[in-house]
Design a binder for this molecule. Structure first.
Ligand code: ZN
Length: 210
């Protein structure tokens, strides 16, 4: 489903070079293969109004929202395979979030940051498994496409590691105890009980090189 506001956003940004019906056809074709999963995928303007970076959200169970800037990128880069891989990685990342994020309601800032980062990195590994059959060789180009869209804004935050750091985790690790421990070190989490609980919650994900 494509919100009319998204169509207007893309139409204006393309300086009226495509008709509304063409824009809608391209956007619906991009998500067609996900119609078999039980989630509803919507191009929505409101939840990320004004954002000029492609983004998606899985906050509402059963629903994945794609913002207007992603819609614009899908239309403008429809012949760029890196865009398609980056988009597949985005949707599969959100699907993985909705499968089994680790829920945690702690008070210590570094513990919460650790859980946030683990959920993000686990969703990246799940996305690589789903979108690229577990082959990490697809990851670099897909993330570099996203980095290009973000321009100078790539940095670690409380909720997410930077894209460069996420790429490093995906290229150099499997999702296992070593990665979990290293992420704990990267965020300064020393809560051994929490680190152990995270290790028990998630299954190991081993990626292939090629
Ligand atoms: Zn995420």
């Amino acid at each position: 489903m494509v919100s009319p506001f998204v169509k207007v956003y893309v139409y204006r940004k393309l300086q009226s070079k495509k008709r509304f019906s063409e824009i809608e056809d391209i956007l619906l074709a991009e998500i067609e293969k996900y119609l078999i999963c039980e989630k509803v995928i919507k191009y929505n303007w409101f939840w990320s109004a004004g954002a000029n970076v492609p983004n998606a959200s899985a906050t509402i169970p059963g629903l994945i929202l794609i913002n207007a800037e992603w819609a614009y990128r899908i239309v403008i880069d429809s012949d760029n395979c890196n865009m398609h891989n980056a988009f597949d990685m985005t949707i599969c990342h959100e699907l993985t979030h909705q499968e089994n994020d680790f829920c945690y309601f702690g008070l210590k800032k570094n513990d919460v940051k650790f859980v946030n980062w683990i959920n993000e990195v686990h969703a990246d590994f799940g996305a690589t498994q789903k979108a690229f059959n577990g082959k990490r060789s697809y990851v670099k180009d897909a993330i570099e496409y996203k980095l290009k869209c973000k321009m100078q804004k790539d940095r670690d935050t409380w909720s997410h590691p930077s894209w460069l750091r996420r790429m490093n985790y995906l290229l150099k690790y499997n999702f296992d105890e070593k990665l979990i421990n290293d992420i704990a070190g990267d965020v300064g989490c020393k809560n051994d009980i929490l680190i152990e609980a995270i290790g028990k919650h998630f299954d190991k994900i081993v990626l292939e090189e090629k």
